[in-house]
Structure formats: C-alpha cells, structure tokens
Design a protein around this ligand. Structure first.
Ligand SMILES: *[C@@H]1O[C@H](CO)[C@@H](O)[C@H](O)[C@H]1NC(C)=O
Length: 247
C-alpha cells in the first residue's frame, strides 16, 4: 500500500514509531524494521514543511541576515488580499528565440506571489512555440499537474523502470507528472503556439534539464564521463555542447 496523504503519513509515522520502539522482544529485528519504515515513510511522505500559522506572507524586504527554509513572514496584521493574488501568469512569454521553443513563468513568493510562501505550492505558465518543446527535465521537489489552455500538446514521463507514459492533450485536458520523474511537453502544432498551466506541490519545485545536466554543467563534466555515459565520441560531445549553445 502506498500512502501519500501527508496527514496520514505523519500520523502513521508516529504510530509506527510507537509500535517499533515498544518492541523489546526482538531489538535487532525491531531496529531494522524501524529503519525500513523510517526510510519508506521519509521517501513516500516528503512534502514542503507544514505551517504553524494561517499564512506567512513573504517579507520580501527583509535583509537576508540568516537563511530560512522559505522566506520570513510579514506581520499577519498587515496582510492584504492582493498578497494572495498575482497577474504573473496572465502575460505570454516570448518563446520564439529560445533554444527549445519554450519559455515559462513560475510564481514565486519572493517575486510575484508573497501569500504563497510556505503554502507548499506554485503555479507555472508554459508557452510553447509552434513545434516547441519543454525538453526532458525533472522537478526534484514537486509533483506537477499540467492543464493545456490552448493547443495540442504531447506530454510524457518515464518511471524508474524506464517505462514511458505519454498522452496527447487538447485544450482543457490535464496530465500528472509524478514527483521527480523525467518528463517533457511538446507542442504538436507547427503553426500555432500552445499554452500550458501547471500546478506544483512545492513552493520551490526545482527543475533539472537532462541535456544541461549531461552536457552543459559548469564546469563541464569530464569528457570521459560523458563519452562513456552515452557511448559516444569526443566529437559527438562537442557537437552536442555547441548545439545546446555551449562552446
Ligand atoms: C522568456 O520570456 C520573457 C518575457 O517575454 C523574456 O523576457 C525572456 O527573454 C524570455 N526568455 C528567453 C530565454 O528568451
């Protein structure tokens, strides 16, 4: 059984910790079981930390005197409705001159949506040029649900067994990319742009593009590592680096 509801996760973790620590009869087996359970639940139940207040509107003016997991809050008495509103996703971004024909805007508590601080969520608007693509990438800290607002979009992800799940979506249709899975979105229409709106269950989902992780890190990965990873030649490596805009 895979449990993903965060409240369920927390109470089960507590409950299981109680039974396993009460297991005096078989201390070693008990310790191993506890470890397995802790590992299982810490991987199955990771999500952004819970809030102890109604909200924590980001104080974007605070000096970065020390580092939080998130942003410090303003005095709740000074909260306004517009702290919870944003127009950041209302404007199309320019995807025409980009490397892959896509551009994206993500809400951020620091820049565009202070009321979302510590709420464990973010939204993204993805603009895909005609034939454009958000190339293979993953979000290490968030599951994503992508809703097509306009256009025809081919989406897909690979799971850890390398099984591929793909779907063609039209306007109004949505698709879930499970947390951390490598995925893509491609505009199948070569004459019109497509717009996708995504919801993500972290305020800091992170994004790692597969081509950049392999070919455009700073500093570059050793050639031998890239050559052996993909079973290609040094010339292939250079050709791909150049085609991705590196030198
Ligand atoms: C993405 O769109 C914004 C807004 O139109 C633009 O300022 C930015 O340059 C675009 N990014 C790229 C890589 O072209």
């Amino acid at each position: 059984m895979l449990i993903t509801d965060p409240t369920y996760c927390k109470s089960s973790e507590f409950f299981l910790a109680m039974i396993t620590t009460a297991d005096h009869a078989a201390p070693i087996a008990g310790a191993i079981l506890s470890l397995v359970i802790i590992i299982f639940f810490s991987t199955a139940c990771n999500s952004d930390p819970d809030l102890l207040l109604d909200f924590c509107i980001a104080d974007t003016t605070a000096a970065a005197a020390f580092h939080f997991n998130g942003l410090p809050c303003i005095d709740p008495a000074t909260a306004r409705a517009d702290h919870f509103a944003t127009s950041a996703l209302s404007r199309p971004t320019d995807s025409s001159g980009t490397l892959f024909g896509f551009n994206a805007t993500m809400t951020s508590p620091a820049a565009s949506l202070p009321g979302a601080n510590a709420q464990g969520l973010a939204m993204a608007r993805v603009d895909l040029a005609p034939g454009g693509m958000a190339p293979l990438h993953s979000h290490p800290r968030a599951s994503e649900v992508a809703l097509v607002l306009s256009g025809g979009v081919l989406v897909g992800f690979a799971d850890t067994s390398y099984r591929l799940y793909t779907q063609r979506l039209r306007a109004g249709e949505a698709f879930v990319f499970p947390r951390g899975m490598v995925h893509f979105m491609r505009n199948e229409d070569t004459s019109a742009p497509a717009v996708v709106l995504s919801g993500l269950n972290s305020q800091s989902p992170g994004a790692q593009l597969v081509p950049f992780s392999a070919f455009l890190t700073e500093p570059r990965l050793p050639d031998e590592v890239v050559k052996k990873t993909f079973r290609i030649t040094g010339q292939d490596v250079q050709r791909i680096q150049r085609s991705l805009g590196g030198s």
